[in-house]
Design a protein around this ligand. Structure first.
Ligand code: SF4
Length: 168
């Protein structure tokens, strides 16, 4: 059933949204919410879970290379990389900061994680959910107070609730 939903239903809904000229964010958000409902709790062991977040979460003036290694964050608190790192340490879950969807897929293949908590915009999340099936993606839509792709934000409580939900 899940195979049909992710490989047929999701792409068809995206295509139908384009044909019917529905705002892409609306269609993508519908699929993200549906996906998050479908992903049950208790799936994962901490070592098989990955938190993936885009590099636009990092403060744009920060020169620490958190894409190479999230541990390079000096935890100054100017962006939420610090808070995600704190969650990753608390729950012993790997955190990776990526520059885009292609790198995210590469990291996923390398780490062999079976569960991902992915922070991104609606477009990246909806395509990532489809492309990485059967990996369980728990999607968190980022906040973009300064517009797309710069100094973005994320609800840390939401991410922590998802971690607890998965580990139950
Ligand atoms: S919290 Fe980390 S990544 Fe963010 S600005 Fe400070 S040092 Fe840089």
């Amino acid at each position: 059933m899940n195979w049909f939903i992710y490989n047929i239903y999701f792409p068809v809904v995206l295509l139908a949204g384009k044909i019917l000229r529905i705002a892409p964010d609306k269609t993508e958000l519908y699929l993200i919410k549906l996906n998050n409902r479908l992903r049950g709790k208790g799936r994962g062991k901490a070592e098989k879970i990955l938190i993936l977040t885009p590099s636009c979460l990092q403060n744009k003036d920060c020169t620490n290379n958190v894409v190479e290694d999230a541990q390079n964050c000096l935890k100054c608190g100017k962006c939420k990389v610090k808070d995600l790192l704190a969650l990753s340490e608390k729950y012993k879950i790997k955190l990776v900061v990526v520059t885009g969807g292609r790198l995210a897929r590469q990291v996923l293949a390398e780490t062999k994680a079976d569960t991902v908590i992915a922070v991104a915009c609606e477009k990246e999340l909806s395509s990532g959910i489809i492309d990485t099936y059967p990996v369980a993606v728990h999607a968190v839509v980022n906040q973009r107070p300064f517009g797309p792709c710069v100094n973005t934000d994320v609800g840390i409580d939401e991410v922590e609730q998802i971690i607890q939900h998965i580990l139950k």
